[in-house]
Design a protein around this ligand. Sequence first.
Ligand code: MLT
Length: 254
Amino acid sequence: MISINVYPLPLHAENDDLSDFVAVVIDVLRATTVVVSAFAAGAQKVIPMLDIEQARQQKEVLEKIHGKGSVLLGGERKGIPIAGFDFGNSPQHFTSEKVAGKILILTTTNGTVAMYAARNARCLYAAGLVNAQAVVERLKNEKNIAIFCAGTDGEMTEEDFLLAGCLVSRLSRCFPQNQNRQNQYCRNHHAETAKQLWENLFFIDNNESISELKLIEFLRQSRGGRNLVALKLDADIMFAAKIDSIDSVPEIRL
Ligand code: MLT
């Protein structure tokens, strides 16, 4: 049996044994988009941390080992960059000039919390719209898949659920090529709902047809998007909406 479970919030997975699952964490706006972008720009490692002080201490410890300037701090609280950090949480700022070869320590309000919630899975990947198809390629031969949406401030958020639906929809379309796999395939209720959301928005005549403008508008109106619009961070939404622009999948090790 192949299972795909979508969790709209990390707490929905609290009672599930995920030791045999491959997990994907989604925080489209913006934590996992940052992780994916930083890796694509050549960051050596991204270390998620829950706490700002711990992040600062970890930087000191690692710089004693790897040298001054080898570790960068990134993240936000309430969407705003943290005092003394090298970066906020705007994915387009993580350029190869700044992050190639560096260790990045990231702490965010919801995204890094979701990564810790998924830590008992067999392995853990970061997904954004930007690497959606690469994630599908990575997962399509897996048996048990758990998709964690980070949510925003304890509430489910539409942009994460939309990407979950995109992944479920694309994964489902991988299976018909192999009849045996399709017959043994099951999704939880949230996975089914997320898939329908994606297909209602981006399917024409049974084929995926993505309008980037429509995607940007959807993100702007989502819970996470409204927060960013209020902070005049529209550029981050535009970046996060560049679907399938990155073909790598960072593995998160905690
Ligand atoms: C988070 O982890 O809560 C987000 O990434 C929020 C943000 O980027 O502002």
